[in-house]
Design a protein around this ligand. Structure first.
Ligand SMILES: [Fe+2]
Length: 201
């Protein structure tokens, strides 16, 4: 099988230019291409000389998570802008879980705190249905620090490529504000509901 780049039905965004989004979507398509390419390379190296290429194959397998997660994380990211900005529904089950975990600080303030981590990567909010809680972590690159098996609810791209067409590095906070200004929280709420449904199935 091969992965195909998704297309996203994105509205005009506030604080994120068309050029910024175009450049970023181009990078996303690169991850899709390279996820496919690694799978093909592993196959062809094994077919050519499984023993002689064993090191190469094992290094490519290690590398696969970088390309695969680079692809999938961007899908989580861009989907969050589809449908236009929508505030969090305070009556939703997700909002209840947020209030329980993040209380007075609130989720957005907590995400901004985690986003202050040094390095390139993502802030990811997960649901852990087994423990009926949420986790917010910093993922380095695309794959280092992901929590095994937990459904992703929200993905904030903090690679510089996500904002450097529109902002300089010192303006990262403005990019994060723009991210939240455009975020469709109903997408996040639906992911939460789906995670709960899947864990109950
Ligand atoms: Fe990105």
């Amino acid at each position: 099988m091969t992965y195909k780049a998704k297309t996203f039905d994105l509205p005009a965004l506030s604080g994120l230019s068309e050029k910024q989004i175009k450049v970023h979507l181009g990078l996303y398509e690169g991850y899709v291409k390279h996820a496919n390419l690694i799978m093909e390379k592993i196959q062809s190296l094994k077919e050519a000389d499984a023993e002689g290429n064993a090191y190469l194959v094992s290094e490519l397998r290690r590398r696969f998570a970088f390309e695969f997660d680079g692809m999938r994380m961007h899908e989580y990211y861009f989907e969050q802008f589809e449908g236009g900005t929508a505030a969090m529904n305070q009556d939703s089950p997700f909002a209840g879980a947020v209030a329980e975990k993040y209380g007075d600080q609130g989720l957005v303030a907590h995400i901004k705190e985690v986003a202050g981590s040094r390095g390139i990567g993502w802030v990811v909010v997960y649901s852990d249905p087994r423990a009926a809680t949420l986790h917010t972590v910093f993922v380095n690159d695309h794959e280092l620090g992901q929590l095994a098996g937990l459904p992703i609810l929200l993905a904030l791209d903090l690679w510089e490529h996500a904002f450097m067409v529109d902002y300089v590095p010192a303006e990262k906070k403005d990019y994060i504000d723009a991210f939240f200004a455009n975020l469709n929280w109903s997408v996040v709420e639906k992911r939460f509901d789906e995670a709960i449904r899947m864990s109950a199935a």
